[in-house]
Design a protein around this ligand. Structure first.
Ligand code: FNR
Length: 188
């Protein structure tokens, strides 16, 4: 069977982002059976219809990566009870048709949502907003399980790296569920 390709979209550009670290832990959990890559999108410009066509190279690269993926796994921080603007900007670009004949690349793509925060909310409110948006964009959202990791500081090792303690089984559960969800979608 073909190896599944899953792209992780992290809603933080921060080098030591907990959400980035969570995505890297997800990569370990998924193991060799899944081709799992973190999307690099920090070079895409702000959406501006003056530069939309032809799309900048950075946008084309990101679109191609999303188009080639079997599934998209979002890892989002919560900023003021919302998901960060960098992620909204990326999704605004991806929401647009590539050309008059080619549709946008998100429609129908299986999607999972996770997030981690040092606070108590576990990013649940940000995730609700993100799910509204990606549903509007016609992604095929896995509504359960969702992964909301609160209290990140309590799940670090001595060097301050995220290791996940009590949340580890939930990451494994979500990874297994998403692989099954993507596989099921492929066979429809
Ligand atoms: C935050 N943070 C935050 N946390 C939270 O749980 N709920 C919130 O509404 C907010 N709001 C917020 C706004 C802004 C502008 C910033 C910069 C931060 C804290 C946030 O969860 C924390 O900085 C995380 O570490 C960000 O995620 P990454 O970058 O570690 O992935």
């Amino acid at each position: 069977m073909k190896k599944l390709k899953i792209i992780a979209i992290i809603g933080s550009l921060r080098k030591d982002s907990y959400n980035r670290q969570l995505a890297l832990l997800a990569k370990d959990v998924l193991g060799e059976n899944v081709d799992f890559e973190l999307l690099n999108y920090e070079d895409i410009p702000f959406m501006n219809q003056d530069i939309e066509f032809p799309a900048p190279d950075s946008v084309r690269r990101v679109r191609d990566a999303v188009k080639a993926a079997d599934g998209i796994w979002f890892f989002t921080p919560e900023y003021n009870h919302y998901f960060p603007g960098v992620l909204k900007n990326l999704l605004d670009w991806l929401s647009r048709p590539i050309s008059k004949s080619e549709p946008q690349v998100l429609a129908g793509k299986p999607a999972a949502v996770s997030g981690i925060t040092p606070g108590m909310s576990g990013t649940a409110i940000a995730q609700d907003h993100l799910i509204s948006l990606i549903s509007f964009l016609n992604m095929n959202v896995m509504n359960a399980p969702r992964l909301t990791v609160p209290n990140a500081m309590q799940q670090l090792d001595e060097e301050g790296r995220l290791v996940l303690k009590e949340s580890a089984p939930y990451l494994k559960d979500q990874a297994e569920s998403f692989v099954a969800f993507v596989q099921k979608h492929q066979h429809v």
